[in-house]
Design a protein around this ligand. Structure first.
Ligand code: SF4
Length: 388
């Protein structure tokens, strides 16, 4: 049995290949974290200190917390931290964090919530026997109402729909109900620090059970991928924030280029191959357009002089007027008619992409599947590089 967590299963959903690099291969990376995660982590540490000090009846001044935050930043910041948004600097994030702490302090300094735990490191057992990491930023209560609180430092405001479908805190709510039997209510509470706002939600037992089933089925998928060593790459906008790019075949070459000076950059063999390939593709497109233009001109010419063969120095072109059929727009109806009249089989062709997709999804009859073999091939796709 293994231990899973919200971030672990979310990583698998985001990109199975990243999951493999991070959780199976445990690869070391040059980029330790992203600036967003770094700043978020420090803000968490500062707010933890605020409550720890309060617990021991120590006076907690806002200036002390800000000073602590700046000292942490000074001590832990490294140039290797990834700042994916090129229009921003690490300093922008440092100031954001400072503002989050300041606003939070002003809003909650007199809050009467009893704090039960901070940054928990607990485990709960899932219905399939695996363990689930319970990492609650702040667990508190007011009487028999319990609060599972999460500090969010990201830039998108969670709306009610997001909160009602959020998985992370909902999973923790079952742990709270189990551990604290006096809990009449468990409120899930997000401190949206960027917006200085709170969002709350609740889950009933049926919703929690359904969620646990979903998690168990996701874990099954992860275990299947692990058994088959099948972790495809899933590129998305989030790749810009992936700290495993240096190990990812989809980005390794880009990082190699980034490290080269301009002379070495221009000499790179891969870069030269892609540049030449793209110019050949562009020439081919242009030539195809030209071909169509010349075909139209030849048709015009042959019609004008009533020639059906036009002669060049070494070649000739036969221009023959032909008739071709146009199928009705109602395709489905037409296919049904062909089938009804018994001529569909004689006129239809195998749809190769559909057949291939069904083959790889194991959707074909075993006899058909068994008749087909497979081999390795390559497909090249040319597209624009993202602007820096
Ligand atoms: S860069 Fe993108 S595709 Fe590559 S491992 Fe990271 S998330 Fe996956």
């Amino acid at each position: 049995m293994a231990t899973y967590s919200h971030s672990r299963v979310s990583t698998f959903e985001q990109c199975p290949f990243r999951y493999k690099l991070q959780y199976i291969d445990h690869l070391k990376v040059e980029t330790p974290t992203t600036i967003e995660a770094f700043m978020g982590d420090l803000v968490h540490k500062v707010l933890e200190k605020m409550y720890e000090d309060k617990k021991y009846k120590k006076r907690v001044a806002k200036s002390t917390l800000i000073k602590f935050y700046k000292e942490l930043w000074q001590k832990e910041y490294s140039e290797n931290i990834l700042v994916a948004r090129k229009e921003l600097t690490a300093d922008n994030f440092k100031k954001m964090g400072e503002k989050f702490i300041s606003d939070y302090y002003d809003k909650y300094k007199n809050d009467d919530m009893t704090i039960l735990a901070l940054e928990t490191q607990q485990m709960m057992t899932l219905p399939d026997g695996n363990s689930w990491h319970v990492r609650i930023d702040k667990l508190g209560c007011k009487g028999d109402v319990y609060y599972v609180c999460d500090y969010k430092t990201n830039n998108s405001m969670k709306d009610q729909e997001d909160a009602d479908s959020d998985r992370q805190l909902a999973m923790y709510s079952s742990w709270v109900k189990d551990k604290f039997r006096d809990a009449k209510k468990v409120i899930l509470l997000w401190h949206m620090l960027t917006f200085n706002k709170e969002v709350t939600s609740e889950r009933n037992d049926i919703q929690i059970k359904k969620l646990q089933e979903e998690i168990v089925s996701l874990i099954k998928e992860i275990e299947k991928a692990t058994k088959e060593d099948n972790f495809p790459r899933k590129q998305s906008a989030l790749c810009s924030w992936c700290t495993f790019k240096e190990h990812c075949p989809s980005f390794k070459h880009e990082l190699v280029l980034e490290k080269k000076d301009i002379t070495e950059y221009k000499k790179d063999s891969g870069l030269k191959l892609v540049d030449e390939y793209s110019s050949i593709k562009a020439e081919l497109t242009e030539l195809n357009l030209k071909k169509e233009e010349f075909e139209s001109k030849l048709i015009e010419f042959s019609k004008q002089f009533n020639f059906d063969v036009v002669y060049g120095s070494n070649n000739l072109v036969k221009v023959k007027e032909i008739e071709k059929i146009i199928l009705p727009e109602e395709k489905e109806e037409f296919i049904a008619l062909l089938k009804e009249k018994g001529i569909y089989d004689a006129c239809s062709m195998i749809c190769y992409p559909k057949l291939q997709s069904k083959y790889f999804k194991n959707e074909l009859h075993p006899h058909v599947h068994g008749k087909i073999t497979k081999e390795k091939d390559f497909r090249l796709t040319l597209s624009k590089r993202k602007e820096e």
